[in-house]
Design a protein around this ligand. Structure first.
Ligand SMILES: [Zn+2]
Length: 531
């Protein structure tokens, strides 16, 4: 049986841009649009021309892409003609393939918020769709508050949707704007709509206020809708929009959907999903959600020893889909609960062929347990674990030695009379027979130390130029009578790889230094720097 085409519409750059603390530049938007296009998304809604300079500039010129570049905006204002509405004119002038109008579909909102009549709102929908069609654009209508509107007055909500469809809109999108509708309600209402408007012209736009935006999207799909709107990582105001990063693999990997529907994302695109998700976090300067379904670092992580030994025999025993399909990887956690099977599996993953009766394994297990007792947590710091294992098995070259470092923090009054704090670090590093002394100022002592340490590593410098610290987390632990500091540093490089290193000490600078050193050595190791 031929599969039905299902369309994906991304609004990361429009609805996602409403998220608290998110402020995309034009360059950010273009980079994300390109990423979405490569992934195989059908529609990329890039902004609201006329609403702000970034979006106006974005749509000022053609941005060729495979996806349908979509501009968002309002239908014509009540009481104006379509030809005499500056907002509509800006939208029609946008260099976009499609225009997505938003219109009210809840009679209460039409009266109270829009302060107009139900008939004038319908006329505004018809006029706007007609004007955009005349300009040669594909047209979508977002029916705002559709589900709440349908519950209050089904005939009027439907009339709004029908007005757009009858006028030639390609898609009528049912929006759960307040995000409070439940999956069984969505399924029922979308089913009713699809009796009036063919499902292959109906879309769903769900918000996540009851944590069911993904479930609501699937409920709409089951009821006949053939377009799903969402955002990368579920970005969006309040609790976010439907998360396309969860929806895409479910559509591709779960037989009930995969056998029925085709989407624009290929298997190759799917294998890039984890990278795309993390690239957005990087761009937003946020730490990735470790527990994100499919793409999180913990999505395929197993801790208990008994599960780990079963996974070694057959991964399908404890995994709902193979992690590599979405570009993620299996991870077996090393922790003080773990047995030899976890350790063996983890060594296998980092590329060690160790005999399971090798006596050095007991030493490594003891070492891990001892360190965890004083505050190390290797289940998050995979790179530090790998280094520890490689060191005990005698396989890490001594690239360089930090003979000494000095960090100072000075608070003073500057020339403008402001009180400022300046941190400075001096590092003395030996690389073979060469000695390098580097100094750097930083925002804080750890930043200064990091900058000085990575300033000049002689012959190794070229191997670490792409190294970047992406996250720095500090926790104070109570170990015995004294408080100790645990530092976790997340790093990334030019290949898109990420790794986490750890340091533990009573002194925060010492702990940070250990984690920084591990990160640099790990990078040298993975780049194949000669020992
Ligand atoms: Zn929305």
């Amino acid at each position: 049986m031929p599969r039905e085409r299902l369309y994906l519409f991304d609004t990361t750059l429009r609805d996602g841009a409403q998220t608290n603390g998110v402020d995309f530049t034009l360059a950010d938007k273009l980079a994300i649009a390109h990423m979405l296009d490569e992934l195989g998304i059908d529609y990329v809604e890039a902004g609201y021309p006329g609403a702000n300079p970034t979006d106006t500039n974005l749509f000022a010129e053609r941005r060729p892409m495979r996806a349908c570049l979509t501009a968002f905006g309002m239908t014509r204002r009540p009481g104006r003609s379509a030809s005499n509405d500056p907002g509509l004119a800006a939208l029609l002038a946008a260099q976009a393939d499609a225009i997505c109008f938003v219109a009210k579909s809840w009679d209460y909102h039409v009266r109270v918020a829009l302060e107009t009549t139900e008939e004038e709102n319908l006329a505004s929908i018809r006029d706007s769709v007609r004007a955009a069609k005349a300009k040669g654009r594909e047209v979508l209508l977002d029916c705002e508050h559709f589900f709440d509107g349908y519950k209050a007055n089904p005939a009027y909500a439907l009339a709004c949707a029908k007005a757009a469809y009858d006028e030639g809109a390609r898609w009528v999108v049912l929006c759960d704007t307040n995000g409070g509708t439940l999956p069984h309600e969505v399924e029922k209402i979308v089913g009713e709509v699809c009796k009036q408007i063919p499902g292959d012209h109906v879309g769903i736009h769900a918000h996540n206020d009851t944590e069911q935006a993904v479930a609501n999207s699937f409920a709409a799909l089951r009821a006949g809708a053939r377009q799903i709107q969402g955002t990368l990582n579920g970005l969006g105001e309040r609790c976010g929009n439907a998360n396309l990063v969860s929806i895409i693999p479910t559509l591709k990997l779960k037989p009930d959907y995969a056998q029925k529907f085709d989407i624009g994302v290929s298997d190759g695109g799917l294998a890039q999903l984890a990278r795309v998700s993390h690239a957005l976090d990087d761009l937003l300067n946020r730490a990735a959600d470790r527990h994100a379904p499919y793409v999180g670092e913990s999505a395929f992580a197993t801790k208990a020893g008994i599960h780990a030994s079963a996974i070694m025999k057959d991964p399908a025993t404890y995994e709902h889909v193979p992690p590599e399909r979405v570009g993620n990887k299996r991870k077996l956690l090393v922790s003080d609960q773990s047995g030899r099977s976890n350790l063996l599996a983890e060594l296998d993953r980092v590329g060690f062929a160790v005999d399971k009766d090798d006596p050095r394994l007991s030493r490594l297990l003891d070492e891990v347990k001892e360190r965890e007792a004083i505050g190390y947590a290797y289940e998050t710091a995979d790179a530090s674990f790998e280094l520890l294992a490689r060191r005990l098995l005698g396989k890490v070259p001594g690239y360089f030695d930090v003979e000494k470092f000095d960090v100072s923090v000075e608070q003073r009054i500057n020339a403008k009379g402001e009180r400022i704090t300046v941190s400075m670090a001096v590092v003395k590093v030996r690389v073979g027979d060469d000695l390098f002394i580097s100094a750097a100022e930083g925002i804080g002592p750890v930043n200064a130390l990091d900058l000085a340490l990575r300033k000049d590593l002689g012959k190794y410098q070229s191997y670490i130029t792409g190294l970047e610290l992406t996250d720095y987390r500090v926790r104070i632990l109570n170990a015995g009578t004294e408080a100790v500091t645990r530092v976790l540093i997340e790093s990334g490089d030019e290949t898109g790889d990420h790794w986490t290193t750890i340091g533990v000490s009573a002194n925060i600078i010492d702990a940070s230094f250990q984690a920084l050193m591990d990160s640099i050595v790990y990078k040298l190791l993975k780049s194949g720097a000669p020992g």
